[in-house]
Design a protein around this ligand. Structure first.
Ligand SMILES: NC(=O)c1ccc[n+]([C@@H]2O[C@H](COP(=O)([O-])OP(=O)(O)OC[C@H]3O[C@@H](n4cnc5c(N)ncnc54)[C@H](O)[C@@H]3O)[C@@H](O)[C@H]2O)c1
Length: 370
């Protein structure tokens, strides 16, 4: 695995995994291939990994022996979703997604939200441009640290614990990442989400570290919100927010709310970043494997397109990433949208429309250069 590649050739591992995952990842790869070909200034190499709940059912493992070492050689991972009927969700999540994120120390989970042109928010007064957030989720510990256990299983006196872990090391690195992210955005505005009134240990450390780290970012205007009040603010005053940092669980929930407020879970992207670049980062739509629509050809591929564009930014291809997102938005604006966004187009139609739009954009760019 290399840091930002000097030869501008990027090696991408693709892993559709379960449900609609392969459908949207294939759509993403189709658009990325078209983009790279038209752009001509960088190359993308794809290697497909068939790790999924099917493989688990056959072999008892999601990741084969030595699998992570193979994965580590790539510059980035484009992931679909994991979760299948017949496999408990905690087995699939811990068996594949978390089994990649945690050893690769992809500690910063970045979730941007916006209302696309041509789409509408369920919020009466929010239109395109009014909701423009980046939620930063601590992605390595907190409530999903995997600490705890069960005793006396099946007995009336059974107990189970799920212990949240907050280490100064991990809280500090995510706070620093969040302040840096806010600093790079025009509004330089950060909201730290907490629950330190009820959770008086880990969340109090969280608040204290936020206060300490803030001293290194005097130009960032920041405030603190309890997570319950935050849900109200997101709905009632979306324009007052910009960059948001929250724990693993809190941000997981808030980002689904954010996606719904922007119009659909089908447009929301995620980057699981290792900011040290020691390991490849992993890019995936926020949504899951959506059993109810699997195989019907109606999954919204836009979340994966946005995810792929975020991946390109991470790989240093900012110009192409912007062209790709503009093309996606031009397509939603023209009304070529899947059902979740109020349209009636299928995955294939949206994908082909984005490819066609890219052809038009690059043809115009070429003409300009002549
Ligand atoms: N990162 C992941 O791999 C991930 C994330 C969330 C859920 N899951 C897993 O996915 C499975 C299903 O979970 P769920 O039902 O809670 O969440 P889900 O996101 O799969 O589906 C929730 C609803 O949103 C709709 N939806 C989701 N993505 C869509 C898209 N691209 N286009 C149109 N509609 C879309 C679905 O049809 C469904 O009605 C479970 O096994 C869960 O554990 C995995």
């Amino acid at each position: 695995m290399s840091p930002i590649s000097l030869q501008r050739k990027h090696s991408i591992a693709t892993m559709g995994a379960d449900g609609i995952g392969p459908e949207v990842v294939n759509a993403g790869v189709q658009v990325l291939k078209k983009l790279a070909k038209l752009d001509g200034t960088f190359e993308l190499e794809f290697e497909e990994y068939d790790w999924s709940s099917e493989t688990y059912k056959k072999t008892g493992k999601y990741i084969p022996d030595g699998g992570l070492d193979k994965l580590k050689k790539h510059d980035a991972i484009l992931f679909g979703a994991v979760g299948a009927p017949g496999v408990p969700d905690h087995i699939s999540l811990w068996g594949l997604r978390l089994a990649i994120c945690q050893p690769f120390q992809q500690y910063a989970n970045v979730r941007p939200t916006k209302i696309f042109r041509g789409t509408s928010s369920p919020l009466r007064n929010a239109g395109h441009g009014d909701l423009d957030w980046v939620i930063i989720r601590e992605n390595s510990e907190g409530e999903y640290a995997g600490q705890g256990g069960r005793s006396h299983q099946g007995k009336p006196w059974e107990i189970a614990t799920e212990v949240s872990i907050f280490s100064r090391h991990a809280v500090e690195r995510i706070m620093r990442f969040a302040f840096e992210s806010a600093q790079k955005r025009p509004r330089k505005l950060l909201t730290v989400v907490t629950k330190s009134n009820a959770q008086r240990n880990g969340m109090v450390l969280w608040d204290e570290v936020a206060q300490e780290v803030s001293k290194d970012f005097p130009d960032v205007n920041w405030d603190k919100m309890l997570v319950d009040a935050m849900t109200c603010r997101m709905v009632l005053d979306p324009k007052s927010l910009d960059t948001i940092v929250a724990t693993n669980l809190h941000a997981d929930i808030l980002s689904d709310l954010a996606a719904a407020l922007a119009g659909s879970i089908g447009i929301a992207p995620t980057s699981n970043l290792d900011p040290t670049r020691e390991n490849p980062s992993m890019f995936e739509p926020i949504h899951g494997s959506a059993f109810d629509i699997t195989g019907k050809g109606v999954a919204n591929p836009v979340a994966t397109f946005w995810t792929a564009s975020e991946m390109l930014i991470w790989l240093g291809e900012e110009d192409a990433a912007k062209i790709m997102m503009d093309a996606v938005e031009a397509v939603t604006e023209r009304g070529i949208r899947t059902k979740d966004l109020g349209g009636n187009s299928r995955t294939k139609e949206v994908t082909e429309a984005v490819c066609k739009e890219l052809e038009t954009v690059y043809a115009k760019l070429e003409k300009k250069e002549e």
